[in-house]
Design a protein around this ligand. Structure first.
Ligand SMILES: Nc1ncnc2c1ncn2[C@@H]1O[C@H](COP(=O)(O)OP(=O)(O)OP(=O)(O)O)[C@@H](O)[C@H]1O
Ligand SMILES: [Mg+2]
Ligand SMILES: [Zn+2]
Length: 408
């Protein structure tokens, strides 16, 4: 693949030729330009794809894409490129795993056939099926709709039930089933081979616990990337698939399993993996390094970037004397009577992906902390900052800006 004159963020007129028959690992310091480089190529491909549509259609479907004629990159020929990164998250509350994968549509058809009705009746995105209180969104301004209790459907539709696993299920209850359960009910729900394949891939990606009604925009970055991968595995060919930081938030065992899946995807497609993890980089045929520094000191392709040496910190062997005590922690999959956390210590929470570390810390403990230790400060730093964090822990407080402005 020949790339000419790529210009974006800290990358200035970059020329390069990349192999098309090998998987590529893309490495380099944080801020060196890895994401910028790949995202720009992905955008260009999307632009070219969209421009093949009739003008009236692309203007309606992708108004922002064709805003400018400016192309950040000059390339004569380019394959189809799909970029999977943090920016790929959609914010449409009507888009759920069920609607996105098309699995829910097949379930609606099955339900409709059973009762000799129209499939639209079982759609929360249709006036025939939706709850009139929230028009099928399940919530209004982030507050659960009282009329349907977040179920999205109107009460008439909810009266139609099918027997699954020895229990009567309404459409919203089917919509609340996990991918694992749905695959085990493939015959009862009359799911096509194609959808069974996607469900199996989702399970292989270790996200089989997700439910059909999950809103796409509420998935974590890692969950979203793995969901897309599961779909690509069932459908894509001859495509360059770029995955930005697949290792983030995954335990080693899960990462190895996902890399195995990605290898399978690589038989029919070309894979580029942007990552800081040696495990990921070592799984690729060839590596491309960005650098030499970050920001304006980066933006170039370099021979090799130094892999950082592990940080060695001396361990404090003194037994902690003071503890924070938290009680009655109940959120989602966390059910804990109490937990003690030593004060003045560096504490790590670890465990398998999806086991509940973030929920425990960001939601349960954060909430209880504010209640029990109102005089202490809690500062959250991370990628998925939660809304439960109060103004006490905003950046302003963190930097003592609030205190200063309060005095003024
Ligand atoms: N939308 C933007 N507007 C202006 N500058 C940006 C934008 N996005 C990124 N940058 C800057 O471009 C440079 C390269 O950023 P980029 O995100 O490509 O780095 P990266 O190599 O992917 O880093 P990381 O490993 O942290 O993901 C950085 O200096 C960054 O601050
Ligand atoms: Mg990046
Ligand atoms: Zn409602």
């Amino acid at each position: 693949m020949k790339i000419n004159q790529l210009i974006a963020n800290n990358i200035n007129h970059l020329d390069t030729v990349l192999p098309t028959d090998k998987s590529l690992g893309i490495a380099g310091l944080s801020g060196s330009g890895k994401t910028t480089f790949c995202q720009t190529i992905g955008e260009e491909s999307k632009k070219r794809l969209v421009s093949l549509l009739p003008k009236a259609e692309y203007q309606y479907l992708f108004p922002e894409i064709m805003d400018t004629n400016f192309s950040a990159i000059k390339m004569e020929e380019m394959p189809l490129v799909l970029f999977l990164g943090k920016s790929s998250i959609s914010s449409n509350p009507r888009s759920t795993i069920g609607t996105h994968t098309g699995v829910f549509k097949e379930i609606r058809v099955t339900m409709a056939e059973k009762f000799d009705l129209s499939p639209e009746l079982f759609s929360f995105n249709n006036v025939l099926g939706w709850c009139t209180g929230c028009k099928g969104r399940g919530s209004n301004s982030n507050v659960t709709c009282k009329k349907c209790d977040g179920k999205r459907f109107n009460p008439e539709v909810e009266t139609y039930k099918i027997n699954l696993l020895g229990k009567e299920h309404s459409i919203s209850e089917v919509n609340n089933l996990s991918m694992e359960t749905l695959l085990s009910l493939k015959d009862e729900l009359n799911l096509s081979e194609g959808k069974q394949h996607i469900l199996q891939n989702i399970i292989n990606m270790n996200i089989g616990y997700l439910t059909l009604n999950r809103i796409m925009g509420t998935l974590s970055g890692g969950e979203l990337t793995r969901l897309y991968l599961a779909e690509f595995m069932a459908t894509s060919e001859n495509t360059v698939i770029i995955i930005d930081e697949i290792s983030v938030g995954l335990d080693h065992q899960t990462l190895l399993k996902i890399l195995e899946q990605i290898k399978q995807l690589g038989y029919k497609n070309q894979i580029w993996l942007i990552d800081h993890s040696d495990t990921v980089l070592d799984a690729t045929d060839e590596q491309l390094f960005f650098g030499p520094g970050s920001g304006k000191y980066g933006g170039k392709i370099v021979e090799e970037s130094p892999r950082p040496a592990p940080v060695l910190v001396e361990t404090n062997h003194d037994k902690p004397t003071e503890y924070y005590q938290f009680k009655d922690l109940h959120c989602r999959n966390i059910q804990m009577a109490e937990i003690q956390i030593p004060k003045n210590r560096l504490v790590t929470f670890t465990g398998e992906s999806g086991c509940g570390k973030s929920t425990l810390v960001n939601e349960c403990i954060a909430k209880d902390f504010l209640k029990r230790y109102p005089k202490d400060k809690l500062v959250m730093v991370g990628q998925n900052r939660n809304q439960s964090i109060t103004s006490r822990s905003t950046v302003a407080t963190f930097l003592d800006i609030k205190e200063k402005t309060d005095k003024v």
